[in-house]
Design a protein around this ligand. Sequence first.
Ligand SMILES: Cc1ncc(COP(=O)(O)O)c(C=O)c1O
Length: 386
Amino acid sequence: MDVRVRHPRIHSKFITMIPYGRHSINEADIEAVVRVLKGDWLTIGPLVEQFEDVLQNVVGAPCITVSSGTAALHCAFAAIDLSQGDEVITPPITFIATQATAALFGAKIVFADVQLDTGNIDPNCVESLINSRTKAIVAVDYAGHPAELDELRAIADRHGIYLIEDAAHSIGSVYRDRKIGSIADITTFSFFPTKNLTTGEGGAVSSINPALLEKAKRFSRQGLIRNVSEFKITDQGPWHQEVHKFGLNYRLPDILCALGISQLERLSEFKSKRQDLFNFYSAELSNTIFVSPVVRDYVEPMWHLFPARVDPNRRKMIFESLRRMNIGVQVNYIPAYWHPVFQDLGHKRGECPNAEKFYLSEISLPMSYAISEAHVKEVIESLKSI
Ligand SMILES: Cc1ncc(COP(=O)(O)O)c(C=O)c1O
């Protein structure tokens, strides 16, 4: 299958290139969606719970589905009652949604530096940032490699604060024999097309704590309460429902849940292809100018990205050369506090030196289930030609 796609953002003209990430949709996926389109429930139907049930098996904790990974994070912060004046500790090497969704509750974003090898939040940098206003530590499993969850969990427990895990990259990953989704107080997932599985747009929240999950769910469903025993208004009829706290509509429709259920059937296939690609790149790139990612011996990542590292002085040249050769490389990510929205709040370059070193040398190579052998070969040949 040809996985070259039109990429409107890369140049002003449409061009084709081997993308850094791409979905894989098969006939079973299409049939599953079409069945919903022909049925009675496009949304709030039975497939929502069905998807949540199968997801629970995959992530090892009860789940709710939502409309994106960003929505999932927003729900997670709602569930811990994040408010004005609270502080949240996050790593800078992540997509801005990790911070934006907390900042929208009026929380102060505090940046903890990352480990130079994994790009994940460094537990040694976290504790000194905790004070009486700190409400949560947020770990991001960068590229699919789980963060140091036991160390972070211990710090969170010592200070009576929450551990939230942004697992947008890491559904299907395993940390010390435990499934990602079953470890933090709340874990969030994304099903964007470049991710490990897709529903087009979509996401999920998992939690081992039923009260937190219920709060996340309520926030994602307009804050509506239908449970009679919780009603404050008691003189209405059977139609009654009420709101105690504002929420939003972050529901994932049945159409997309059907796609998710079907995709989940291939999750282990997706994982092993991504692992094979990881192994192949790592072997081919040894003794080249590209340094492959490290893997801790107690994790089994499901690789969302292949974040190679190069000489920071040559990164731009390498990136531009590869793009000219139609290899859809990416850089993940600019340190979050470099965004003008954080500079306006007084954050300065230099705040997290490892994150900056990591960013300046990082270049993500095409990594997806859908990539063909011919294109993998083309990627490797292009990399070696530099
Ligand atoms: C680390 C991280 N968190 C959150 C998100 C947000 O997910 P979504 O695009 O599904 O809203 C992304 C998406 O790229 C991400 O990479």
